[in-house]
Write a protein that binds this ligand. Sequence first.
Ligand code: ATP
Ligand code: MN
Length: 464
Amino acid sequence: MALKHISVKKLLTEATPGSEVTAKGWVRTRRGNKNVAFIHLNDGSTINNIQVVADLSNFDEEAIKAVTTGACIGVVGTLVASQGQGQSVEIQAKTIEVIGEADAETYPLQKKGHSMEFLREIAHLRPRTNTFGAVFRIRHNLAFAIHKFFNDKGFFYWHSPIITGSDAEGAGQMFRVSVLDDKNPPLNEDKTVNYEEDFFGKKASLTVSGQLEGELGAMGLGLIYTFGPTFRAENSNTARHLAEFWMIEPEMAFYELEDNMDLAEEMLQYLVKYALENCADDIKFLNDLYDKELLSRLDFVVNNQFQRLTYTEAVEILKSSGKKFEFKVDWGTDLQSEHERYLVEQHFKKPVILTNYPKDIKAFYMKADEDGKTVRAMDVLFPGIGEIIGGSQREEDHDKLLARIREMGIDEHELWWYLDIRKFGTCPHAGFGLGFERLVTFVTGMSNIRDVVPFPRFPKSAEF
Ligand code: ATP
Ligand code: MN
């Protein structure tokens, strides 16, 4: 009877030498000579491979031929202390079963060193590589840590809808959700599409943010966070934007801007620290292969307080920096990534929280400052990334919020429910949105956000 197989991670760290074991996984490399084969086997449980040693006199030559790079095999053998370097134990194979062959002529991952662009084209196979194994294990650990962080602090996981009937979230271009016949949709008298006949009886879209519904949760549960997919149809072909990405959006009753900043800083430090402690092998691998400063950058975030300053102060610094930026900086304009990165990477040399932005470049729901010019916004800026978090204290005063909605030309009827909670037991509250893939990009040191999600969605790309 076959022994139950043990993960490579457990074999390398927990199993006792001398015991009979079964391992299953994918062949990374096979070396050797006509007497002995050394097979490096990986099953995704860890970046490390287990070495399988096969004394070829015990094996049928034809059978062992199919043990090629990429093939899936099952090995039964004895775990022994390793003679070679680089591993403490290895398996002395008794039987090797080829579970799934991988033709050496056509398997695309035959060699190492493929470009990231090429690997994106074979996204169905890239989880087999060391790099993507490491990235996706780190992604998992960060997701887990997010739930742990909030749960331990008494926050409730709140599910904002993914399909929304609200057209006024304002965070970006939306993808329509419709079941109307695209060749022959029902029309209004003025020839526009009549969405009253659509599935939801109104225009519906994929959400760009779970915040507005998150606020409704916080007004009853106190502390909530969302963690779900969001969609933006903006044509941003950058290394920091996806059309489908995951966002973490905590929303807290009785929090003001300072509390919001404290929570964002504590959370980011917790998450990076969690990854350093729980993904040490994977981070070290990425550090050594791609980005020799990754580890020091991560340590730096954990060990330094974030620099807090107002937008107005930041504009002064940028203007007097003497640096030539592609986009000019002027009070009232939105900061570009180059400005954000200058502040973080060159001026302060640490993460930065910018606050109190001009109201005209921020969303309608942010609480106005006393001067009437700025709002209680905060963006957290990270090295290599720029904006990783955007948040604010929310306007809790019904009349002020309504006035701002009208001033910005937003349809107040679309937001009746959002206004309604300001009528019944309103209170100060605040929250923010952390882009999950921007966090994973930061922790893995990957240079493109398309490489930290299994199947990236961006303009002209939805193959897998
Ligand atoms: P940016 O200015 O970088 O485009 P934003 O101001 O549109 O971002 P927010 O609406 O404040 O972003 O969203 C909150 C967070 O979600 C951002 O801080 C960022 O981490 C993340 N985010 C926003 N847009 C995207 C995107 N297209 N792909 C991945 N993450 C995103
Ligand atoms: Mn923002």
